[in-house]
Design a binder for this molecule. Structure first.
Ligand code: SF4
Ligand code: SF4
Length: 446
């Protein structure tokens, strides 16, 4: 047995301990961000096919109204209006991932109280597993940890396996972000209800809410509300990056390695982000669509960093205005500093998977001098999946991309950035790996 398990520390081998920077928003209760004058809702906010608009220019829509249906017979989810207002246009707009994408722009009705519409009341206890999964699809739910994989599809796949445990992932191991922490503290009932709903959907007997040991307040908040039969419990794992990655968390909790290319369902596990579970708990009983989320907005030169409820489609410009950005310039990142997406345009909207907006000035990754590899092996020690980033980096510089895959398992790299973080030669390893993967993909297509 692994030494770490013998010592009874719930963790995984390797990984890193970057500065946390969570204290800036950790203790700030979630507030509502003022509604923007307009929202930009990309039709593609999920892995799979984009949704199909069913509204036209000039049409009035209510907050929470269905404005785009899921693409039929494809991996896809519907989209709902996040404000009451008028559809101003359906056109190409910039997104976090770069290319412009077809988006519905809704002009917010200034006088509206912005109360979301409700659908049919639903009690999950009276619903079949298939009905629950269909309801989760209808709410447009995707993984809120950043993956944006349609939740209904994940649960439907799990129905084909014998699932015994649902793991609600509340590790939130990226620096700066405290979204999941605040969600767990402030939405105990919704989180537990969401867990029960998901457990019923996949027929799991047990639920685990997993938190890192820098979030012990959550343990206190949840303890009194956990079911007496012990079916849902809280488990604490070491604060370490990337503890929130599925395969790392599974190893930490259960001491089993997720086989390469296999889903957690193959081990009888369903892993879901805590914010996703809490939204399911909040929305499913009222038949509502997913239209807003909690977002950590923090960094440098912000007068009011904190956690905010933000309508999907709110632009970064509005966020900077409302949280009091007083700097000259800054790097904007959607998500965490390790795996987030830097963005260039201020009209880029918050999308369903956006858990954080970072506004970094002093703490932006400095443009450091890249030096040759000194073979120190720090990157090898950091890599949580035991790749050899040093060897991969050397091959990347020589454009030997195919060899990177065939001999050094490049595609197993999930781009956590731990190797780049520790490299004393400042070699941009993860960026090199992204390019190499893209080149291999292109070659395959040719
Ligand atoms: S970015 Fe890839 S190679 Fe580097 S530490 Fe993470 S998984 Fe390993
Ligand atoms: S950490 Fe950097 S310098 Fe050290 S072996 Fe890895 S790539 Fe080379």
């Amino acid at each position: 047995m692994n030494l770490l398990r013998l010592l009874n520390r719930k963790t995984f081998p390797h990984g890193i301990h970057p500065p946390q920077y969570k204290e800036e928003t950790h203790d700030k209760p979630t507030r509502r961000l003022a509604f923007p004058e307009q929202v930009i809702l990309p039709l593609q906010q999920n892995i799979g096919a984009p949704s199909i608009a069913i509204v036209r220019k000039g049409q009035m829509v209510e907050r929470g109204e269905l404005i785009a249906i899921a693409a039929p017979d494809k991996l896809s989810v519907p989209l709902h209006a996040s404000v009451e207002g008028t559809v101003r246009d359906i056109t190409l707009m910039p997104t976090a991932t770069g290319p412009k994408t077809r988006s519905s722009i809704i002009q917010t009705l200034p006088s509206s109280p912005q109360i979301p519409v409700t659908g049919e009341q639903q009690d999950y206890r009276q619903m079949s597993r298939e009905e629950i999964i269909a309801a989760i699809r209808d709410m447009g739910m995707v993984g809120l940890g950043g993956a944006e994989f349609p939740t209904y599809a994940k649960l439907a796949t799990s129905m084909q396996h014998d699932i015994h445990t649902v793991i609600a992932n509340g590790c939130e191991c990226e620096p700066f972000i405290t979204t999941d922490f605040r969600v767990m503290l402030e939405n105990v009932q919704n989180l537990l209800l969401g867990m029960r709903i998901v457990m019923k959907a996949v027929a799991a007997e047990k639920g685990i809410i997993a938190i890192e040991d820098n979030k012990l307040e959550v343990m206190t908040a949840l303890q009194a509300h956990l079911p007496e039969d012990g079916s849902i419990k809280v488990e604490v794992v070491e604060t370490k990056y990337p503890q929130g990655a599925e395969q790392m968390l599974i190893y930490s909790l259960l001491g089993v390695a997720l086989p390469k290319g296999k889903l957690p369902a193959s081990l009888g596990l369903e892993v879901i982000n805590v914010a996703t579970a809490a939204e399911i708990g909040a929305l499913l009983p009222n038949g509502q669509g997913f239209i807003e989320r909690t977002v950590t907005i923090t960094g440098d030169d912000l007068e009011n960093p904190g956690n905010y409820r933000v309508p999907i489609g709110t632009s970064l410009q509005h966020i900077l205005d409302e949280t009091g950005f007083v700097g000259e310039e800054a790097e904007l990142i959607l998500g965490g500093p390790m795996m987030g997406q830097p963005v260039a345009f201020l009209d880029t909207p918050v999308h369903k998977g956006t858990g954080a907006v970072l506004v970094l000035d002093e703490r932006a990754t400095p443009n450091r001098n890249v030096q040759p590899c000194i073979k120190c092996a720090m990157c090898v020690e950091a890599c949580p999946i035991h790749l050899n980033p040093s060897a991969l980096g050397l091959l990347a510089y020589k454009h030997r991309y195919q060899e990177m895959q065939e001999q050094f398992h490049l595609n197993n790299c999930f781009e956590c950035g731990s190797c780049s973080f520790v490299c004393p030669s400042n070699i941009p390893l993860v960026q090199l790996f992204r390019v190499a993967k893209a080149m291999n993909r292109e070659r395959k297509l040719q």
